[in-house]
Design a protein around this ligand. Structure first.
Ligand SMILES: NC(=O)c1ccc[n+]([C@@H]2O[C@H](COP(=O)([O-])OP(=O)(O)OC[C@H]3O[C@@H](n4cnc5c(N)ncnc54)[C@H](OP(=O)(O)O)[C@@H]3O)[C@@H](O)[C@H]2O)c1
Length: 332
């Protein structure tokens, strides 16, 4: 079968190779992948900025497909079902944090950028009826991360003012839609005027360009501040967020794309009574709740582009350039 492998030898670091089709063991299923989607972790792996990198691994954490074969002991009703995959592996029983054995499908375990992938049955969820395979593939990792960040950590609810940073991001667009679905007043930031305009069209109350020097002063003046800020960029924007958070508000961070802040305005942090929450992925319980929430609210992932699997390397290049507005999907 064809698969996208992380390789040590080429300049690209990723290559489509022919590898052996896997077989499901006891408690596992073989999924014929119909569509798979990129996450920034795939790009971090490509550039060697991800922990525990193992070459020759099939990348990809997001996928949707059809159960093609079942292993010993698996309920035969799964056969030929359309499914999505929960990319968590070994979250464990603690809702507060993942276990020490935790990892994510697609590194170091072989992932979804392949014609077939084997996963344990407890990673399966029926494909939401309102999503086609392309849309369903875009949901799992971004949806899960956004769900925990927005609700478990951010406690976003009706009427709150919420700021989502970097709206072009695959996770951010879910946080935007989730917060909107519960009746929050949602604002966004982006480095692109075009993306801001697209999201305002989708119901964002306002948008700010983080590339403009005084964006946070302007945002404070026009909004009065935010109850919750959800961010994955980190860096010096942390001090903008501390300026923008309302007294007692919550800053939720699920990434640090731009690294650590050079300094942190400690005075604003304690004087504002703000709390800072780290958030990573989500538990298996949150995954089930997220899929239910997406179905009940008829949420469809915002998809930036869809291309054939043969063109997958160009999707990584697009992500590296930051051109996307939503998820980048490949189909088989
Ligand atoms: N902890 C976790 O479980 C978890 C899960 C998923 C992702 N992450 C991390 O979260 C980050 C985003 O992941 P993703 O898959 O959504 O990536 P992505 O689709 O590549 O999105 C990245 C987005 O970051 C935004 N950005 C860049 N510089 C920014 C800045 N200075 N201020 C605000 N936003 C900025 C850009 O938004 P615009 O294009 O709108 O400018 C860009 O679209 C990555 O660092 C990833 O590793 C962590």
């Amino acid at each position: 079968m064809k698969a996208l492998i992380l390789v040590d030898e080429s300049q690209d670091k990723i290559a489509i190779r022919e590898i052996e089709k896997p077989s499901p063991k006891k408690g596992e299923v073989l999924i014929q992948v119909k569509a798979a989607a990129l996450n920034h972790r795939d790009q971090w792996c490509r550039i060697g900025m991800y922990p525990n990198i193992q070459y020759d691994t099939v990348l990809g954490s997001d996928g949707a497909g059809v159960v093609a074969e079942i292993g010993e002991g698996v309920d035969s009703s799964w056969l030929n079902k359309g499914v999505i995959i929960n990319p968590n592996i070994n979250w464990g029983n603690n809702e507060a944090a993942q276990s020490a054995d935790y990892h994510i499908l697609g590194m170091p375990t072989n992932g979804t950028f392949a014609e077939y992938v084997v996963v344990s049955t407890d990673r399966l969820s029926e494909k939401p009826m309102h999503l086609n395979f392309t849309e369903a593939a875009a949901l799992p990792l971004g949806g899960l991360t956004a769900f925990r960040a927005t609700f478990t950590k951010g406690q976003v609810s009706e009427g709150q003012k919420v700021l989502i940073s970097g709206i072009g991001g695959g996770v951010a667009q879910f946080a935007f839609q989730f917060a909107q679905s519960v009746g929050a007043e949602v604002y966004v930031t982006s480095g692109s005027k075009d993306k801001l305009a697209q999201v305002v069209e989708k119901g964002a109350v306002g948008g700010f360009n983080y590339k403009e020097d005084s964006w946070s002063k302007y945002a404070l003046k026009t909004t009065g501040g935010f109850d919750v800020i959800i961010d994955s960029a980190g860096g010096n924007s942390m001090n903008d967020y501390l300026r923008l958070i309302k007294p007692g508000g919550r800053l939720v961070h699920y990434g640090s794309t731009t690294g650590a802040p050079k300094n942190l305005d400690m005075f604003r942090l304690f004087w504002s009574q703000a709390s800072i929450h780290g958030s990573t992925m989500g538990s298996d319980k949150e995954f089930r709740e997220m899929v239910k929430f997406v179905s009940e609210n008829n949420i469809k992932p915002i998809i930036s582009s869809v291309r054939a699997f043969d063109q997958v390397i160009s999707a990584f290049d697009e992500m590296h350039a930051g051109d996307q507005m939503g998820k980048l999907v490949v189909t088989f």
